[in-house]
Design a protein around this ligand. Structure first.
Ligand code: UGA
Length: 468
């Protein structure tokens, strides 16, 4: 993706260096652009300047090192300076959730005002953050309003301040945590929402090396595509989780149902993995923001409310399964494999595993927790306690002495663990797989009583199973 090491595009700044901003910035650097990464969190910038990541993301560390060295990626905590030095500004700040479910756009507004204050040449302001479908209009209005204010205030000076033009665009990001680097360089599509040819040409030029379909639409359309995509994917997950519950009542296998469904290209096989529900910073929050947008505008979003309702129940449904398998939970030692909201990340925001941990602690269970990357983050929520919570250094260590083992995140290393060894260190070999990740036959052959989601009828306890 390099162009002989020479930057060929306009200078880009990326404002906000989180899970979206940092991969985006480094992706542009890899494509040959000169990129300034800016974040007003000085401590985050200091860590990144030292070549270290502030979160776990496979493949991102080497890109950071490479482009700090190549000089194509610079870092600053002075957002205004980054704006002044760049022509294209990608806004990747957070859009957290307010109490009523709406997106809190205050960080986006602050950035728009900072841009207005630093409008020293033509700028293309591109929103990458997931925002409701009118935000582009507000960014434009805010920059125009405040730029005019700053210009008027400065016009007493000599020479009078010039007015510079700007464009606003929307270019939603579709990357998945844990796969960010792969997604950045091999996107299914790039969606660009613009209202001028100049903006379209600049963005098409930046994305040309990716050789994927570029969908050019109106700004509000681009914004809606992102929210609709996340809402639709969430819907698929809640749908298959509902089917999983039905499968358990009739003795069907949800994995096979999903396969049979997914081979129909109109449905597609992805995001039909039943389990403990979806989590993370995006789906739960974006779903609520989308529902809120609908309600504000008098549109019936009941279908999405059901998607959310089904998802909120998933951890409880799983805890019921645990209770059914163990009879009494109080005082039992339970091992937990996986805490992150999905594999290949240390992110635990809205992770269903945490709700399950919380319920089991309330029930009086003693937990032995293990996750390959997320334990430091979980420890801040559930500190180690002599009575109920032990953090362990390996999957096998967590299983030691346990009367049940829960698999809550499908980290690939759990497939490589020798289950016969795990069986031998457990007090009672019960495995409850919340992600249908372990092959039931392998678990049963290793001596486990195996339970999973949406295929209970097919996961019979191993004949002749004996408690140690
Ligand atoms: C999601 C979208 O997939 C991205 O396209 C989007 O860019 C991103 O949100 C965002 O808005 O920034 P992400 O939250 O990183 O990406 O993770 P996903 O891989 O989508 O998984 C979300 C949750 O759904 C996880 O808890 C995962 O375990 C769960 N999931 C996913 C299922 O339970 N079943 C499935 O079949 C797939």
């Amino acid at each position: 993706m390099e162009t002989n090491g020479k930057p060929t595009s306009p200078v880009i700044s990326v404002l906000g260096l989180g899970h979206v901003g940092l991969p985006t910035a480094l992706g542009f650097a890899e494509l040959g652009c000169e990129v300034i990464g800016a974040d007003d969190d000085a401590s985050k910038v200091a860590v990144l300047k030292s070549g270290k990541l502030t979160f776990f993301e496979p493949g991102l560390g080497p890109l950071l090192t490479k482009h700090l060295e190549s000089g194509r990626f610079r870092l600053t905590d002075k957002v205004g300076e980054a704006i002044r030095e760049s022509q294209v500004i990608f806004v990747c700040v957070g859009t957290p959730q307010k109490d009523d479910g709406a997106a809190d756009l205050s960080q986006v507004e602050t950035v728009a005002r900072t841009i207005a204050q630093n409008l020293n040449s033509y700028k293309l302001v591109v929103s990458k953050s997931t925002v409701p479908a009118i935000t582009g209009r507000w960014i434009k209005r805010t920059i125009a309003r405040y730029a005019e204010n700053y210009r008027r205030a400065a016009s007493t000076q000599h020479p009078p301040t010039e007015f510079f033009d700007f464009d606003v665009a929307s270019n939603p990001e579709f990357l998945q945590e844990g796969k960010a680097v792969e997604n950045i360089f091999h996107p299914d599509r790039v969606v660009i929402g613009v209202e001028s040819d100049r903006a379209r040409e600049i963005l098409e030029d930046i994305y040309k090396p990716l050789k994927c379909p570029i969908v050019v639409v109106k700004i509000s359309t681009a914004e809606l595509v992102k929210h609709a995509a996340n809402a639709f994917l969430s819907t698929k997950i809640s749908f298959i989780n509902m089917v999983a519950d039905l499968c358990e009542t009739v003795g069907a296998d949800v994995g096979e149902v999903a396969k049979g469904l997914g081979l129909d290209p109109r449905i597609g096989g992805q995001f039909l993995q039943a389990g403990i529900g979806f989590g993370g910073y995006c789906f739960p929050k974006d779903l609520r923001a989308f529902i809120h947008l609908g309600e504000e505008n008098g549109v019936d979003c009941g279908i999405l409310k059901e998607v959310e309702r089904v998802n909120l129940r998933r951890p409880k449904v799983f805890v019921k399964k645990i209770q059914k398998a163990l009879w009494v939970v109080k005082g039992k030692t339970i091992a937990v494999w996986g805490l992150a909201f999905k594999p290949d990340t240390d992110d635990i925001r809205e992770a269903p595993s945490l709700k399950i941990v919380e319920e089991l602690l309330a029930e009086g269970a003693c937990l032995r927790l293990y996750d390959p990357q997320a334990m430091a983050n979980v420890q801040r929520v559930f500190p180690e306690s002599a009575e109920q919570i032990t953090y362990c250094n390996s999957a096998c260590e967590a299983a030691r002495g346990a009367e049940a083992l829960l698999l809550l995140t499908e980290w690939s290393e759990f497939k490589e663990v020798d289950l016969a060894r795990v069986h031998d260190v457990m007090e009672v070999p019960v495995l409850i797989d919340g992600r249908n990740f372990i092959d039931p036959q392998v678990a049963i052959a290793a001596g486990f009583e195996y339970h999973s989601v949406g295929r209970e009828g097919v996961d019979r306890p191993v004949p002749g199973f004996t408690q140690r």
